[in-house]
Ligand binder design. Structure first.
Ligand code: SAM
Length: 223
């Protein structure tokens, strides 16, 4: 099937381009063993996040939606010695698994894991002066995408980048009558984004081990 080819090509590409990585493999194994859903980014996508962070020279990264911390590790590995990543997770069980994964990876000292609904943590981050962030990765509950976009825009430095995952959803993004709250969340996100001045944005459709989907990329313009 087409999906089998997408997955096989992902294996081929990552087999050539990504080194064998026992720490990342252990992260996925621990996540599966703990019953977390298999909804982390693919290895190729994780490496793309890693490259974005390197290209930006990111020192401050915010992630919304931790799960077992697989994407977090790709991002945190791009940080310099004094870099910091804040990652937001609502479910205590997911956060426990992620915390163990960060420790195993030797990166827990760079990662600030906040366990609460992100919509509660985001204003606290602003009040604490935790930002501005160079890179924000939005990958949590999709119905809240527009809220997360607004917070990301407040918390990202001029010239910084916001990435939002799962914005194509097997093409369902086209369906304005969809009963799926995640589809409506993505559509609302694009409506809000299209009305935003002061950003340069695109979205890229993707196929691979995670099926047919896509990500949006937004650069916050200098004032
Ligand atoms: N970024 C992760 C990765 O690629 O490895 C995957 C994240 S997973 C798609 C989405 C995560 O967001 C889940 O762990 C879920 O519990 C969390 N989540 C859902 N609603 C949330 C909320 N309101 N605030 C914070 N996290 C939430």
């Amino acid at each position: 099937s087409t999906e089998a080819v997408w997955s096989a090509v992902d294996d081929y590409l990552t087999g050539h381009l990504l080194p064998d990585d026992p720490v990342l493999a252990a992260t996925l194994e621990a996540s599966t063993a703990a019953g977390l859903p298999p909804i982390a980014v693919s290895a190729a996508q994780g490496q793309m996040l890693h490259l974005f962070a390197l290209m930006l020279g990111a020192r401050r990264i915010l992630e919304i939606g931790t799960l077992g911390g697989y994407s977090t590790l790709f991002l945190a590995r791009a940080l310099p010695a004094d870099g910091r990543l804040v990652t937001l997770e609502a479910m205590p069980h997911h956060a426990e698994v992620a915390a163990a994964n960060f420790k195993r990876a030797g990166l827990d000292h760079k990662i600030d894991l906040r366990v609460a609904p992100a919509i509660e943590t985001l204003p606290k981050l602003e009040a604490e002066g935790a930002g501005p962030f160079d890179l924000v990765f939005i990958d949590a509950d999709k119905p809240s995408n527009t809220d997360y976009l607004r917070w990301a825009l407040r918390l990202t430095r001029p010239g910084g980048i916001i990435i939002c995952d799962n914005v194509v959803r097997n093409g369902a993004v086209l369906d304005g009558a969809s009963a799926d709250a995640s589809v409506q969340g993505v559509r609302c996100f694009f409506d809000a984004l299209s009305a935003e001045t002061g950003v340069t944005a695109t979205a890229i459709q993707t196929v691979g081990a995670k099926g047919y989907d896509g990500f949006a990329m937004i650069r916050v313009c200098a004032a």
